[in-house]
Design a protein around this ligand. Structure first.
Ligand SMILES: CC(C)(COP(=O)(O)OP(=O)(O)OC[C@H]1O[C@@H](n2cnc3c(N)ncnc32)[C@H](O)[C@@H]1OP(=O)(O)O)[C@@H](O)C(=O)NCCC(=O)NCCS
Length: 171
């Protein structure tokens, strides 16, 4: 889908950068932080295979420090889809928490979100976009995503999270 980005004057994304929207089929896709329904986010992630046991405070902290992109009913404002983008707005971006409400699946909304994200005006200089998936490879391959080009260069460490910390203050 071709996205016609409209800058939303006077509104910002969660990271304080300009935000944008695109209207289609009675819906609006937007990065306006004030539209995000955190109850929708929390309820959805509880059902997800990757964050089902994630403490609510950690979810809130992650969303507060990412660009939250959502699809909303234009009339009611009800949220029907979401994704979260971690980025430096310069060279790197990573997509997380891609979710479409079960009642609205199969209508192309995840593809609208990926179109909105991958051509997003504030991410034009980003040279590497990453995400992980267990089974939606053919969704993302439509937007150019493939396996790591140099897997031998990527290192990671998984560790137990310290959930005794207060996520709202970070110590
Ligand atoms: C995956 C998900 C986001 C797809 O959203 P959607 O709006 O229903 O999907 P769309 O209608 O935009 O179509 C997705 C396309 O990707 C394909 N696809 C690939 N893997 C898929 C998967 N695991 N689930 C759904 N569709 C998938 C579909 O067949 C469809 O192909 P098409 O373009 O040939 O029609 C949605 O099913 C969902 O929220 N699932 C639960 C959470 C999840 O798995 N998120 C992704 C984590 S990486």
């Amino acid at each position: 889908m071709e996205i016609k980005y409209q800058r939303v004057e006077g509104k910002k994304d969660n990271l304080g950068m300009p935000c944008y929207e695109h209207r289609f089929d009675g819906l609006v896709i937007s990065s306006d932080s004030t539209l995000i329904d955190m109850d929708f986010v929390i309820k959805s992630l509880k059902q997800s295979y990757w964050a089902g046991t994630r403490p609510e405070a950690v979810v809130r902290r992650a969303w507060a420090h990412s660009i939250g992109m959502g699809i909303y009913d234009e009339k009611t404002g009800a949220q029907v889809a979401m994704m979260r983008v971690v980025t430096d707005f310069a060279v790197y971006a990573h997509a997380f928490d891609v979710w479409v409400d079960p009642n609205h699946r199969g209508k192309g909304y995840s593809k609208v979100m990926m179109s909105f994200f991958t051509s997003y005006p504030e991410l034009k200089s980003v040279i590497r976009i990453q995400l992980t998936t267990s089974d939606a490879h053919t969704l993302y391959s439509q937007f150019g995503f493939g396996h790591l080009k140099h897997p031998e260069r990527f290192l990671e460490v998984w560790r137990d999270a310290d959930t005794s910390a207060k996520p709202d203050i970070g110590i």
